[in-house]
Design a protein around this ligand. Sequence first.
Ligand code: HEC
Ligand code: HEC
Ligand code: HEC
Length: 126
Amino acid sequence: MYDAGKIISGIIIFFILVSFPIWISAASGTIGDVPELNLPADEEQCVEDAEWMRANHMDLLIDWRETVVREGVRVYTASDGKEYNMSLTDTCLDCHSPKAEFCDQCHDYVAAVPNCWSCHVDPGGS
Ligand code: HEC
Ligand code: HEC
Ligand code: HEC
């Protein structure tokens, strides 16, 4: 026959065991350690929605570069119909400056080193 009490405590023990690595890393700070991003205080939204940007901003930027340099087109129409000047410095960093408190926070975390800044200006940089 089923013993409800045993089954329930079995389930509880199972979940504690399965989630054990999460407790450990939460306690040692590795989970709370994701980079802190300084989001623009006076802006509500990005060029595209934040989740999409997180995953695709690198491709978007390369796209912008190709479009500007090869086709001489500088206007990007976002999926909500808003238009943006396709510019790394004048657009992205107009909202996300200084880059040290935004772009670099993530890139340092994932050890990505985009080489853009040897040519492009970081308006918030020193
Ligand atoms: C008009 C101001 C503005 C412009 C221009 C802008 N952003 Fe954003 N961006 C924001 C805001 C505000 C958020 C946070 C939105 C949210 O949380 O819903 C954001 C979010 C993001 C995120 C996600 C951050 C996270 O929470 O993980 C990335 C990545 C990003 N932006 C990169 C860029 C890049 C690259 C460009 C240029 C192609 C750009 N942004 C242009 C305002 C802007
Ligand atoms: C939410 C975290 C996050 C934020 C914020 C963020 N990035 Fe990134 N970025 C990444 C990740 C992750 C990669 C991919 C790294 C890889 O694939 O090695 C990346 C890659 C890139 C690349 C491609 C690098 C390469 O050499 O292939 C560019 C360019 C870039 N980011 C520009 C920006 C700019 C400009 C900003 C600020 C406006 C920004 N990112 C903000 C997480 C972020
Ligand atoms: C060797 C120098 C150099 C490097 C490195 C470089 N760029 Fe550029 N980029 C240029 C030049 C020059 C232009 C053309 C400027 C113009 O026509 O406004 C340009 C144009 C662009 C544009 C469109 C115009 C604008 O104002 O932003 C984007 C977007 C862009 N680059 C993104 C990037 C990204 C992202 C990286 C890094 C992954 C990068 N670039 C690395 C030199 C460079």
